[in-house]
Design a protein around this ligand. Structure first.
Ligand SMILES: *Cc1c(COP(=O)(O)O)cnc(C)c1O
Length: 357
């Protein structure tokens, strides 16, 4: 059986380095907010092509902190795609604001810029584009709208490390941007981790303060902060994996190409469509079919495990019942949820597996 995700090839490749890192941190006797975090933040900022990166506890916290430093809170509205992973909307809810859902394009599965202006009200404070599955959103159009309406932009870059639009890297467009290093993400820790990226020094410093109890100087607290820190061990593991991200991303793209070739004659499937100006780093390789159960069954029989990203859009989740949405309110998101299927795309997967299709 080919698992949907298998770390074995990646982790075999870096086994030695990771063990050395463990020993280095173990023997440093320093486990929180030390050298590894400082170096990781420098290295991740460099990789993201932003001035600053701030390591935090996970992707959700990265997004919450991003909204919070922009002063977004109760009474405010934030535009998010209707087909995103729930965490994007949860971040908005956690600062006390309201997520306003905007439908994606059926072709790219990314937020449709043409529909954003229709959702803007006097309460709108920010747009949160999500580079879903690894494909960059149409950032030129989204930036244009944000500027025209004087809105902040916060990218959710959890699925799109190293992706780009017209050559500019995702996670470098917004005022502040959040990303996740959940193990299964393209850059993943060995536990929970995340980061905020920004070019704004003041915002970067405030995020550093808030993530550490609101304290810049030990035992002096400037505001009511959280514990949103990223520990030394995870930062050190991520520093190793950073160096392999480009290679692993190339492998993901190659695997996607194998699927595209192998599946091109199947007219019962809709294959991923990549916008002409967007890069796609294939965090997920998602196809659509009107008969998903049958396809999933067929693939299981061929020994290939698949997953659904995501079966229920945020507006139909019980958690968002109070917003009063019903089935049919966001038909494109609902159609994607009904028909999408993700095929395994982890670095190291063998071409033979795909040939079996
Ligand atoms: C994974 C993910 C998150 C949340 O990241 P965590 O580290 O799991 O909190 C947020 N948004 C998107 C789009 C994600 O895929």
């Amino acid at each position: 059986m080919i698992n949907f995700l298998d770390f074995q090839p990646m982790h075999a490749q870096i086994r030695q380095e990771m063990q050395e890192v463990f020993q280095r941190v173990y023997d440093s006797y320093w486990y929180i907010q030390g050298k590894e975090l400082d170096l990781f933040e420098k290295e991740y900022a460099q990789l993201s092509k932003t001035k600053y990166s701030i390591g935090v506890s996970n992707g959700l916290d990265a997004l919450v902190l991003s909204l919070r430093v922009l002063g977004i809170g109760p009474g405010d509205e934030v535009i998010v795609p209707s087909n995103t992973y729930i965490a994007t909307a949860l971040a908005v809810s956690h600062v006390g604001a309201t997520p306003i859902f905007v439908e994606p394009r059926m072709e790219t599965y990314n937020i449709n810029p043409d529909l954003i202006p229709l959702a803007i009200t006097k309460k709108t404070k920010a747009i949160m584009p999500v580079h879903l599955y690894g494909q960059a959103c149409e950032m030129d159009a989204i930036i244009g709208i944000a500027k025209a309406h004087n809105l902040y932009m916060v990218e959710d870059n959890a699925q799109a490390h190293l992706s780009s639009f017209k050559g500019q890297q995702t996670g470098s467009f917004g005022d502040v941007n959040g990303t996740s290093f959940y193990p299964g993400k393209n850059l993943g820790a060995l536990g929970d981790a995340g980061a905020v990226t920004t070019n704004n020094e003041d915002l970067a410093n405030r995020i550093k303060t808030i993530r550490n109890y609101g304290s810049a100087v030990k035992y002096y607290n400037e505001e009511i902060g959280y514990n949103n820190r990223l520990d030394e061990l995870q930062a050190a593991f991520l520093r190793v994996k950073l160096n392999y991200l480009q290679e692993w991303t190339n492998q993901r793209k190659e695997i996607a190409q194998w699927y595209n070739e192998g599946l091109q004659l199947r007219n019962d499937l809709v294959l991923p469509y990549v916008h002409e100006n967007a890069d796609h780093v294939y965090h997920l390789y998602v196809v659509r079919t009107s008969n998903r159960e049958k396809l999933q069954q067929e693939l299981t029989e061929k020994g290939i495990q698949t997953m659904i990203h995501y079966p229920v859009p945020p507006h139909l989740q019980k958690a968002y019942k109070h917003l009063g949405y019903k089935q049919g309110d966001f038909p494109i998101a609902e159609e994607i949820a009904r028909t999408c299927l993700s095929l395994p795309v982890w670095p190291g997967i063998q071409r033979e597996v795909i040939k079996k299709l």
